[in-house]
Design a protein around this ligand. Sequence first.
Ligand code: PEP
Ligand code: MG
Length: 579
Amino acid sequence: MVSFALHGIGVSGGIAIGRAQLVSHATLEVAHYTIPATKVDEEIARFDHAVGAVQEELKQLHGTMMASGDVPGEFGAFLDVHWMILNDPTIAEAPKRLIAEQRCNAEWALTQQMGVLVDQFNEIEDTYLRERKSDVVQVVERVLKRMMGTSGALPTPAAEERTILVAHDLSPADVIQFKQHRFAAFLTDLGGVTSHPAIVARSLAVPAVVATHNARQMIHDGEMLIVDGANHVVIVNPDRAVLSEYRLKQGELEIERQKLKRLRTKPAETIDRQRVELHANIELPGDLEQVLESGATGVGLFRSEFLFLNREGLPTEDEQFEAYRSVAEGMDGKPVTIRTFDLGADKSKEGLDGLVRVAPNPALGLRAVRFCLAEPRLFLTQLRAILRASHHGRMRILVPMLASAAEIDATLAMIEQAKETLRERGEPFDANIEVGGMIEIPAAVLAMDAFLDKLDFLSIGTNDLIQYTLAVDRSDEAVSHLYDPLHPAIVRLLALAIGGAAKAQVPIAVCGEMAGEVAYTRLLLGLGLRNFSMHPAQVPALKQRVLTTDIAAIKPLVDRMRRTETPAKMVALLEKLNA
Ligand code: PEP
Ligand code: MG
């Protein structure tokens, strides 16, 4: 057997060794034939039956997801999108007309309609919505598979084998099954760093390589694969020497992981005895178990908008209160930071009762706190729910995307109004609840005094801060090579924000992806950061890095990084810092 390597984007690190299991791509195999006039009704019934079966399948997946409670919130939103596509008349009704008019088979009628809908998506200017055309294809594939007699479900791996899934693309529904079946790794032809499979791989901590272009065509079922996520590579049919080398590496990584687990209860303290707080980012209350296992000392970011994206309609005050209270109680007195709804842009939900419109430039539009201030009823409902939950634990309110003093004032006035309502109702809450702001827009750093004067704490959202400073859309693969956390402008903004907060004695954290990447830990520590919030799976490795850092010793290098204008020098200095 020929051994070869495929390259892609490693979106989740680690090494997996196992047998390939291909996921079929039904749309490539659709037959086209004419049916007799007498069989039209039967053909339409066959189509309806398949659509009904997929509706049932999606409902069941939704049910399983809700019952397990530990599925990241994105999946629910993805399933909702699939549900809407499946019930769109273009997919659910129009093919029946085609069957009757053209007397073609149901599979062909549906495939034609898929083309119509994909063309409509191609016309959309908004990148996020345009990308949803891959969801259209995935939904159609599910229905096609039903009609062609194969179930839409993923193959179930044999228990004793380590199975590596090879797919052209994976749908959200696939991804949930992926979680249930515990595949060892996966590769996809398509996708980018922020694609659905990438998100799930990171949250499950399994190795994954996406954007391999033609892995699905080049790899055969049952072939031996090595997936090396950190090095962005897949080795097909490795020879014995390569295999044993990777087995060795895999063993070393596992030992390392087990060692890190033992750090769970150890305080995060640097060699020169500086205490560091490592908090966790969560999307749903179900993520709490992982937080407690990770040894995180608080929740630094609860992305509350996932409560929204994961359902039909708006969550009521009581539903939100229950969600926030369960996290507050679960964290048992440790701080829980609820970020108020960050809806809009990449986190829009079509049909959100018509509330979120598709803006010409959503990332610069009515999103996050701007949207909340424009929809006071929705905002006040959330604020009351958070305040009520503050009676059951140590809650903090974090407001996303603030840019100006006026927005801070308007938000604080809303919080006062919510408190007043609860007083009138006689409901208990923490009257001294801390209110913080996210630093995600360069303007917030460059004119930080209002933030320091009016707020109790700050949290830097580097994902957006980088996007807005460098004018690089964080979810657009075409410009992902320009998305650079080490750009001199970013390092300076971070230094300004962290330094400014320290001087004013206002606590500051970083809760964007940078906080969870070990490569940047020393840089951030050297800039003065003492509070990091990240995905729970990243906490142990971060703690290890903190424990092996002497801040006084690295400070001169970090000071040089703050001053340098040369990208190559910046990279060289970072390497030295991490050596
Ligand atoms: C950020 O922007 O860095 C952040 C933490 O928020 P989100 O990724 O949810 O936009
Ligand atoms: Mg953000």
